[in-house]
Write a protein that binds this ligand. Sequence first.
Ligand SMILES: [Zn+2]
Ligand SMILES: [Zn+2]
Ligand SMILES: [Zn+2]
Ligand SMILES: [Zn+2]
Length: 254
Amino acid sequence: MNTLSEDFLKELECPVCMEYMASPIMMCKSGHNICNSCRPKLKECPTCRQPFLNVRNKALENLSLLAKYPCPYKRYGCQLVFTQERITEHQTVCPYRSYNCPLSEAEGIMCKWIGIREDMREHIEAQHRNRLTQVDFLKEVLLRKYRPEIKYSRVIFACDEVFYQQFEVIDNVFYFVIQHIGPENYDLKFQYNFTLASQEHEESISISFVARSCKLDIATIHRSGQCVKLCFDTVKNFLNENNSLKFEFYIRQL
Ligand SMILES: [Zn+2]
Ligand SMILES: [Zn+2]
Ligand SMILES: [Zn+2]
Ligand SMILES: [Zn+2]
């Protein structure tokens, strides 16, 4: 028995929470099943009002190991099925799993949107056009009246993908991070390059890093040093007299 039908999966649904049951599956006096997280919350079987027994349905537990469950992101379009054992592993890399808006933590925005990657572009174009930068090749950014106490965050469209850019100064360290909006072990890698140059180009700093996943939090990326991390005294050399900061960056697929 390799593939178990949808009817069988129905049998594995807990009558209370409707989630698929996994070991241990408990039974009532008349043989109805209940999942392990609902069981302690109930005094009696919700189907027949008989008390629960301290007995597990071993046969159903064994069958549940053979069953192939649909990916929890099925409603977002994932067609894949997995055994209980493999499903958690898949969930962490499923391309259909949902994402927060890249600007969910951005100061003054804190957008509450959640959806799939495929819908994100539309959301950003509709709601955050003023925070969107399209980068086809090299992007030159000039910030007038640059203020180091502000966290600058933007959404970037580049290489047909969505990225999040954030730079800020914490404890006299300048951080510049670009995150890829995608799962952690995505099959494509993207490199970003960040360049600061003085007006006459006699002094410059140019650094490249691989864009980390948006699933990693920024503080972790800062700590790991896998981002542009410069002493702010160094960056100050590139501020011109009216405190404007000019930098260049690009993103390319590796
Ligand atoms: Zn349940
Ligand atoms: Zn019952
Ligand atoms: Zn999936
Ligand atoms: Zn948003």
